[in-house]
Design a protein around this ligand. Structure first.
Ligand code: GLN
Length: 502
């Protein structure tokens, strides 16, 4: 197998045995990026000097006896996570030149574990979207069909992993942005429980919903990355003090007696028949492995979408107030006064979807509408959470589709925000309820990957990993790869991308 196609655990074994150095592995990944990223466009910036320097350091650490699971493993980081000295754009014009003065805790932890940064990946602006089409720079392509979206908002990290342009990727999930792109490009995406991973240095979208998590080639790798990311951080007051378990011990192929709930509201009219078929077959596989499968109801599911689209924009409108042309990034030229500076900077700097969210959120929070919208949304949020509490008193995990459709064509939904919002219909309840979840590949519909979603109670990651691992071991889907036409003429990629962003 080609080096760039390795999983973390396979690369780790080769590094540990001395057959491979991190420098060689990193060079192989950089060459892969140069060969295919002009088609995929997963990266906003590639950092070869940083990567090779970190790889040399990893090789020195290994020689000195360090055996950390991520030591020397190259990865792709969503460009919403702060990296000291390296541009962090959030896919937005307003931050096109923003260079953070500090590292996010998640990145710092990955660095301490010895992982190698290959570059920062494309995303929907400020993580608002489901396709990467809301990036201010360009749209990332789905490796399975270059005319289709990779999902979003972490579409760059997801596509990078699916196209073997990174051994693993890091995304963020506010309403589905790790799980949905994982489903659409046929890889594994894990959204940890709210508070499990520090949000310090993650540029905020919806602060009560955001979480950082792994995008990987298989379930074992997801466990390894989660183990490195998770843990209490005094710099994030919402991070949980609960000790981090060893997630690798959850990877057992025996799921006899595991109680698996199938919510009837997640098999709705309008979902693609090929998706429903693949997910129903997967549930049969779980039953065949000895899981106790039962149907349940999550009756407030129908309120999840409207609830999310009040709460997330309300939090976004407050979080994005800081981009004023004074403190960060872009600043309008020659303003007539301070108000003109604010107005023009924000008008020039934000894209249409971000402006829409700021307006929706500001409206929902304003006097006279607060009770009708924001407070009501908080109340329905509680009802949605209670539905899950109820189910998790009898079940270990919930299983359902990740997305109602496979990857859609680029351009198909950009003019219809509601249709775009529906891409997350099966993922956003989990964020509202503060749960954990993951998407794993479960087959194909019309040649495109379908995702199976597991949801677990707060801190239920071991149960998710166990169910997902057992399913993965019994099926071939995670081994299937998109085949890409190679183009080795594109080693100019760095310059072109930087020019485009600057
Ligand atoms: N697509 C959803 C939104 O646009 C979720 C995004 C996310 O999880 N960051 O808000």
């Amino acid at each position: 197998m080609e080096l760039h196609a390795l999983t973390i655990h396979a690369a780790r074994a080769a590094l540990q045995s001395g057959d491979l150095t991190s420098v060689t592995l990193t060079e192989s990944l950089l060459n892969r990026i140069y060969a295919v990223d002009n088609q995929i466009r997963a990266y906003l910036s590639v950092t070869p000097e940083v990567a090779l320097e970190q790889a040399e350091e990893a090789d020195r650490r290994r020689a000195a006896g360090d055996t950390s699971p991520l030591l020397g493993i190259p990865f792709a980081l969503k460009d919403v996570i702060c990296t000291e000295g390296l541009t962090t754009t959030c896919g937005s014009r307003i931050l096109h030149n923003y260079i953070p003065p500090y590292d996010a805790t998640a990145y710092r932890r990955l660095r301490e574990a010895g992982a190698i940064l290959l570059g920062k990946t494309n995303m929907d602006e400020f993580a608002m979207g489901s396709s990467t089409e809301n990036s201010a720079f360009f749209t990332t392509r789905n490796p399975w069909d270059l005319e289709r979206v990779p999902g979003g908002s972490s579409g760059g990290s997801a596509a990078a992993v699916a196209a073997d342009e990174a051994i693993f990727g890091i995304g963020t999930d506010t309403g589905g942005s790790i799980r949905q792109p994982a489903a659409l490009v046929g890889i594994v995406g894990l959204r940890p429980t709210y508070g499990r991973v520090s949000r310090f240095g993650l540029v905020a979208y919806g602060s009560s919903l955001d979480q950082i998590g792994p995008l990987t080639k298989d379930v074992t790798d997801a466990a390894l990355v989660l183990g490195a990311l998770a843990g209490h951080d005094p710099l994030d007051s919402t991070s949980l003090p609960t000790p981090v378990p060893n997630y690798e011990t959850a990877l057992r192929s025996d799921i006899r007696g595991l109680r698996v709930a199938v919510p009837k509201e997640y098999f709705v009219e309008g979902m693609e028949p090929g998706v429903e078929r693949a997910v129903r077959d997967a549930i049969q596989v779980l039953a065949g492995l000895g899981a106790e499968v039962g149907e349940v109801s999550l009756p407030h599911t129908e309120y999840a979408l409207p609830t999310y689209y009040i709460i997330a924009p309300a939090e976004a409108s407050a979080n994005l107030a800081r981009y004023d042309g004074v403190r960060y990034g872009h600043s309008a030229a020659n303003p007539s006064d301070i108000w003109d500076l604010f107005r023009t900077t924000r008008d020039e700097g934000f894209g249409a979807e971000v402006k829409r969210r700021i307006m929706l959120g500001t409206y929902a929070l304003s006097a006279g509408y607060y009770d009708a919208y924001y407070r009501k949304a908080q109340q329905t949020r509680t009802l949605i959470k209670r539905d899950f509490d109820q189910v998790f008193t009898h079940y270990d995990v919930v299983v359902c589709p990740t997305s109602p459709s496979v990857a859609f064509p680029i351009g198909a939904r950009v003019d219809n925000p509601l249709q775009m919002y529906l891409a997350d219909i099966f993922t956003l309840s989990l964020n509202l309820a503060g749960l954990c979840g993951m998407s794993i590949p479960c087959g194909f519909s019309e040649g495109l990957p379908v995702g199976l979603q597991f949801m677990g109670p707060p801190l239920g990651e071991p149960a998710l990993l166990r169910a997902a691992y057992a399913y993965e071991q019994a099926t071939p889907w995670h081994t299937m790869k998109a085949s890409l036409p190679l183009d080795v003429t594109s080693s100019e990629l760095n310059e072109t991308d930087e020019a485009e962003i600057g």
